[in-house]
Design a protein around this ligand. Structure first.
Ligand SMILES: [Zn+2]
Length: 345
């Protein structure tokens, strides 16, 4: 089985030859390349080269391509600050009043920076290794997170808490969904085999499960449904411990749930078995500060929990730190070969 078949089997909830491995390593890849991240994350050619260098070193099955969490926001007019040694961050919001939501235009990813650069990186990766590695080209932030960047997180929290303009909040979430969906189509057109959205602000660490269901959930579900109707696989990434929203998280219909290390993998595996594929959830702090032996042990334990029946991709629980030692990443990748074989079960 090659990497494409292996990942395809896992997402299809079948047992591959062994557990596939994903790396969420755009910052580490950029750091190793030696150029300032502010340059790499604005240039599709440089970003692709950095991701290719990392893939040649680690040989992981799935390449997760992104340039941080400000891509969609910047395309929608938010100022994004690029820094030399870490990922870019979105600056001041642009939706000062919810009444302005109706005026917002969905950007064309092919001609709007920096989406156009990530599309370029996707095309390069697809051309060079698209038959050897599964490329997940991330459509950046999902409805909730992009809405928070556009409106301002405090303002959006207040909008939701008062509930006075619920229809307009939904209009903003709907706009954010359309932005990410339009971008997702383009990423797949350029060679992504799947796409993904990050929704850190949708997690229980940021909003209550009740508000998750009331606000972003239906927009996430609609995005999944629309893309699925076009044969496109969407991963949903929610940071932090998602156990309190397990039922709704799964009910979005996302074919892959990217889970953070704070989530109990055994409980989620039980709930997701035969329904959706799980991706995760090795602690990024362990990868950054642990030893290869400790990474190996953690991966072995996780594989034993999540491997049975397929539907599992081993990877970090979130983006790995730029300074993560290469030996720890090797230990993660190798652990899938050591402990992840399905022929032994
Ligand atoms: Zn995360």
């Amino acid at each position: 089985m090659d990497a494409i078949e292996r990942v395809g089997a896992a997402i299809g909830l079948r047992e591959p030859d062994r557990v596939p491995v994903d790396l969420h390593n755009f910052q580490m890849a950029a750091r190793v390349s030696g150029l300032p991240m502010s340059q790499i994350f604005r240039d599709g050619g440089l970003l692709a080269e950095a991701m290719l260098m990392a893939w040649r070193e680690f040989g992981h099955d799935m390449i997760l391509l992104e340039n941080g969490t400000g891509c969609n926001a910047e395309a929608c007019g938010v100022e994004v600050h690029y820094r030399d040694d870490t990922a870019p961050v979105a600056g001041r919001s642009v939706v000062s009043s919810l009444a302005k939501v109706a005026d917002l235009q969905v950007p064309d990813p092919y001609v709007t920076f920096p989406m156009s650069e990530i599309l370029k990186a996707t095309r390069i990766l697809a051309r060079q290794v698209g038959d050897k590695a599964w490329i997940c080209a991330r459509a950046d932030q999902g409805p909730m997170d992009l809405a928070a960047q556009l409106r301002g997180i405090d303002e959006l929290m207040m909008d939701m808490a008062t509930g006075e303009d619920e229809e307009l909040v939904h209009a903003l979430l709907d706009y954010a969904r359309r932005v990410a969906t339009r971008y997702a189509y383009a990423l797949v057109e350029c060679g992504g085999r799947s796409t993904s959205i990050g929704e850190p602000i949708a997690g229980p660490a940021m909003i209550s499960p009740r508000h998750y269901r009331r606000y972003p959930w239906d927009h996430e579900r609609r995005m999944v449904t629309e893309l699925k109707e076009h044969g496109i696989i969407l991963h949903l990434h929610i940071c932090g411990n998602t156990e309190r929203i397990t039922g709704d998280f799964i009910a979005t219909g996302a074919q892959v749930l990217e889970i953070d290390h704070k989530t109990d993998a055994a409980r989620l595996k039980k709930a997701a078995q035969g329904v959706t594929c799980l991706l995760g959830n090795i602690d990024t702090s362990l990868l950054a500060f642990g030893t290869p032996a400790e990474v190996d042990t953690a991966c072995h334990e996780l594989i034993d929990i999540c491997k049975p029946g397929g539907g599992f991709i081993l990877g970090p629980g979130c983006a790995i730190a730029p300074t993560t030692p290469a030996d720890n990443v090797h230990a993660l990748v190798e652990s899938a070969k050591k402990y992840g074989s399905y022929s032994r079960t």
